[in-house]
Structures are given as structure tokens and as C-alpha cells.
Design a protein around this ligand. Structure first.
Ligand code: TYD
Length: 204
């Protein structure tokens, strides 16, 4: 039996990581075999490249170099971790995936969402998440609770707001796969919201 690949996407400090752990617990309680992973990361190489991408000066590399590095380690992550797990019937929950490349490198940096889609097809092919939950938030209410800022969070509020807009654009591109979810609310309330989406979309 084939499993499922579910990704969590959205702006900075919207609670994706907290919710991913809680949703993994809920799915395990229902008896599913769940793997939690993240991007950039998820493999030894991915975690090394993560350091390079997230640390240092804002302008230490060009947007295209960023896009290529994120995509390069994504190809490794998909082949070594995600696909084998899904093929073994597991549910893979991934904290960020290609929609962040669309929103940040494609939209906020201006490389173009279509170009990033082409890059994805070239590197990864047709394999896509079964479901993507995009944590939506009003740009004016976001970026408030960031601690220990990474290179992207240091790009400034205007750039981050553009990224948020980019996620809304992504949701329009692939309405079957992407669900734009209001991420404002109490933690358990949001967990229930996500579990409902997973149930409605995938019957889990
Ligand atoms: P992370 O600490 O995981 O961010 P968060 O906790 O907000 O999820 O850092 C990952 C950073 O990398 C995040 O700021 C967004 C950025 N990123 C991209 O710009 N493009 C991508 O394709 C991915 C996967 C991440």
C-alpha cells in the first residue's frame, strides 16, 4: 500500500513546526506510521547545505544560487527519504517544501513562479505532495515573534510580506493539492483544523 506525502508551508513564525509535531502525534494515535522531516534538511547532505543557506549575510548568494541549492538537496531528500517511505506505506510530513521555493525564490526574489516550477520538474519530475497545507496569516500580523533570525528572516518585513503573498499565489496555481488555511487561533484549535483538512482531502 502506498502512503501519503503531506507538506506544511507558510511564512515565518506561523507555527508550522509546532503543528507538524502535534499532527504527527494525532496521526500516530490513529495507527499510521508517520515520518516527520524538513527542508532544507532531511538528509546528512541536506542538513549541511541548510547551514550554508540559513547562516551568514543576506546577500551572500544570488537568488538563483539559492533556488538551485534548495532544489539540489530536495532531489536528494525525495530519492533517499521521501519516496522510499511513501512507497512503504508511511505518511511523510514535511516542514516546508517546493512551495517555499515558489513563494520566496520565485515570487519574493522575483525569479518567477513558473521558472521555479520548471526547475522542480527538471530536478524531481512529476512527484508532488498529495496535500499541502499553507498556513496563511495577514502580513501585518506576522513576523512578530521571531527569535534567532535566519538569513531569510533578516531580509526584512517587506520582503517577508511579499513571501506571504507568494504563498497565496501558489495556492491559486494548484487548488487540488494546496489548501490555504487561516493560521490564527489557539494551538489545539489549529491542530483540529489541520486534521479536518487531512481527513477531508485524503480520508485519513
Ligand atoms: P526554518 O528555520 O526551517 O524556517 P521556519 O522555522 O520558519 O520554517 O528555515 C528555513 C528557511 O529557509 C526559511 O526562512 C525559508 C527558507 N527557504 C527558502 O527560502 N526556500 C525554500 O525552498 C525552503 C525549503 C526554505
Amino acid at each position: 500500500m502506498s502512503g501519503y506525502f503531506i507538506t506544511f508551508e507558510g511564512g515565518e513564525g506561523v507555527g508550522k513546526t509546532t503543528q507538524l509535531k502535534l499532527v504527527a502525534d494525532e496521526l500516530r494515535k490513529k495507527g499510521y506510521d508517520v515520518i516527520a522531516t524538513r527542508e532544507p534538511g532531511g538528509t546528512i547532505l541536506g542538513e549541511k547545505i541548510r547551514e550554508i543557506l540559513l547562516k551568514g549575510d543576506v546577500d551572500k548568494m544570488t537568488p538563483m544560487t539559492e533556488a538551485l541549492l534548495f532544489t539540489a538537496v530536495r532531489a536528494d531528500h525525495v530519492e533517499k527519504v521521501i519516496k522510499p517511505a511513501v512507497n512503504n506505506g508511511k505518511i511523510v510530513l514535511c516542514d516546508r517544501y517546493v512551495d517555499t521555493t515558489f513563494a520566496y525564490q520565485g515570487y519574493a526574489h522575483g525569479l518567477g513562479i513558473q521558472k521555479m516550477m520548471d526547475l522542480y520538474s527538471l530536478a524531481i519530475g512529476n512527484f508532488k505532495p498529495d496535500l499541502t497545507v499553507i498556513f496563511d496569516i495577514d502580513p501585518k500580523k506576522s513576523h512578530g515573534n521571531l527569535t534567532e533570525m535566519n538569513r531569510f528572516e533578516n531580509m526584512g518585513n517587506e520582503w517577508l510580506s511579499k513571501g506571504l503573498q507568494g504563498f497565496r499565489e501558489c495556492a491559486k496555481f494548484d487548488k487540488k493539492r494546496c489548501v490555504l488555511m487561516d493560521s490564527v487561533g489557539e494551538i489545539p484549535e489549529i491542530t483540529n483544523r489541520i486534521m479536518k483538512i487531512i481527513n477531508e482531502k485524503l480520508g485519513l
